[in-house]
Design a protein around this ligand. Structure first.
Ligand code: SF4
Length: 432
């Protein structure tokens, strides 16, 4: 490995899973649907660097980790370890890789064998890799993970350890082989808050003292400042924003990151921070198609240039069109309440069920015309007319741009039509 070569390089990595093939797929001889768990992710991890990957449950971060350690085969892209793609690994290379790339799992309560003492848990990886001087190494590691004196812990089983102590032993198991890289999967999420801070601070010290590199995976943006110099925010299989930790927490640019940052608890109860609200749940990652994957929930989704409309009213219309496309509008239920021959009453009922915000002018008349088409059984015409007037640039995939050096964001608010970074136009959400 040359001096300037990253320890780990991930290039356009994809991991797709096949969905279930239903009877219609079989009859139509269609390929099964695909779940795009990780979709074109790239990053580098330098020696002694710590990078956080943050996102909600189901965003693909754990699939990314499992692909990195070879538990999943990638669907496309490369993982390059010290200059060698893992796709070119022989059996011996995999053994070496697994020794040098260690994982700390989320659940300290299940990641240790309940029948093994601390000494046995820490000795086992050394035996697997044929390493001698076990007792001395075990004692060294207990010191590193601050379980002292060693005699107090060596013969205890997990049932006699607190949650924090168990996670320290798990960290010790990862460190005992002197790895280059640690992949930490939500390592403190099951610990109480005071223990979280202590364990994260200790992990950060270990990174500094032993020259280990780390990918820290978490759903919790509030923990990253303890441990990572930079953050990658993941949404539905893609990185949507990457930047230095302090800068990103101070001035997030992507609307999803803004929502995550605004949800971080503020210790001062008198401080009233503005929350960026996200509505709904992430869309189904099956055959997800084009466009910004956050658009169903984005509080800043972009209306066409030539219409004037309040953001909330616009979001109601775009959400309604998506409900229509996904056949989730409860038309039959509404028809049971209203006489379906009373067309105007039916249109009024649909509008009052799905829309709260007032509209006027061409916006109002286009919506009414679309709802009339729907009431007449012409769903596709309704969708097309809503699309024609209210279609958004956010339905095309945003390019990733670099508005500032080392800061990457994938959002149309930050990109010009030619894919270059736009001047800053979105006021930052006020942060603490
Ligand atoms: S591209 Fe559009 S929908 Fe996506 S985050 Fe940016 S503003 Fe929101």
């Amino acid at each position: 490995m040359s001096a300037d070569q990253p320890v780990l390089e991930i290039n356009n990595l994809k991991k797709y899973f096949e969905g279930n093939r239903d009877i219609v797929d079989v009859i139509m001889r269609r390929d099964p649907s695909q779940i795009q768990a990780v979709d074109g992710v790239s990053m580098t991890l330098e020696e002694n660097e710590s990078v956080a990957v943050i996102g909600e449950s189901g965003c693909g971060k754990s699939t990314l980790l499992r692909t990195l350690i070879g538990l999943h085969d990638s669907s496309a892209g490369d993982i390059v370890y010290k200059g060698t793609p893992v796709s070119e690994f022989h059996k011996a290379d995999w053994k070496e890789y697994r020794r040098n790339v260690q994982v700390i799992f989320q659940d300290p309560f299940n990641s240790l064998n309940p029948k093994m003492t601390v000494r046995e848990s820490l000795t086992e990886p050394l035996s697997i890799h044929g390493i001698g001087d076990k007792e001395e190494r075990v004692r060294d590691v207990l010191k590193q993970v601050e379980l002292q004196p060693a005699e107090k812990y060596l013969d205890r089983k997990p049932a006699n350890l607190s949650g924090g102590e168990k996670q320290r032993v798990s960290i010790g198991r990862a460190l005992i082989l002197d790895p280059d890289v640690i992949l930490a999967d939500e390592p403190v999420s099951m610990l109480d808050v005071s223990t979280q801070a202590a364990v994260l601070t200790m992990m950060k010290d270990l990174i500094n003292d032993f020259g280990v590199s780390m990918i820290y995976i978490s759903h919790d943006l509030s923990t990253v400042s303890y441990i990572a110099e930079s953050v990658k925010v993941m949404y539905l299989g893609r990185f949507v924003e990457s930047a230095g930790t302090k800068a990103l927490l101070r001035d997030p640019k992507h609307p999803y990151t803004k929502a995550l940052v605004s949800a971080i608890p503020v210790p001062d109860p008198t401080y009233d921070r503005e929350r960026t609200e996200m509505s709904g749940a992430p869309r189904d990652p099956i055959d997800i198609g084009e466009g910004c994957r956050f658009r169903d929930r984005c509080p800043e989704v972009i209306p066409p240039d030539d219409i004037e409309i309040d953001q909330q009213a616009y979001r109601e219309i775009t959400s309604f069109r998506q409900f229509l496309e996904r056949e989730e509008v409860g038309l039959d239920r509404i028809k049971n309440i209203v006489d379906e021959d009373e067309r105007t009453a039916l249109v009024d009922a649909i509008q009052s069920e799905y829309f709260d915000e007032p509209l006027s002018g061409k916006n109002e008349s286009t919506l009414r015309a679309a709802l009339t088409s729907l009431a007449e059984g012409n769903k596709d015409i309704a969708i097309d007319s809503l699309q024609e007037r209210f279609g958004s640039v956010c339905e095309t995939t945003p390019p990733e741009v670099e508005p500032e050096p080392g800061w990457h964001v994938a959002c149309h608010h930050h990109a010009n039509a030619d894919g270059t970074a736009a001047e800053e136009t979105v006021p930052p959400v006020e942060q603490s």
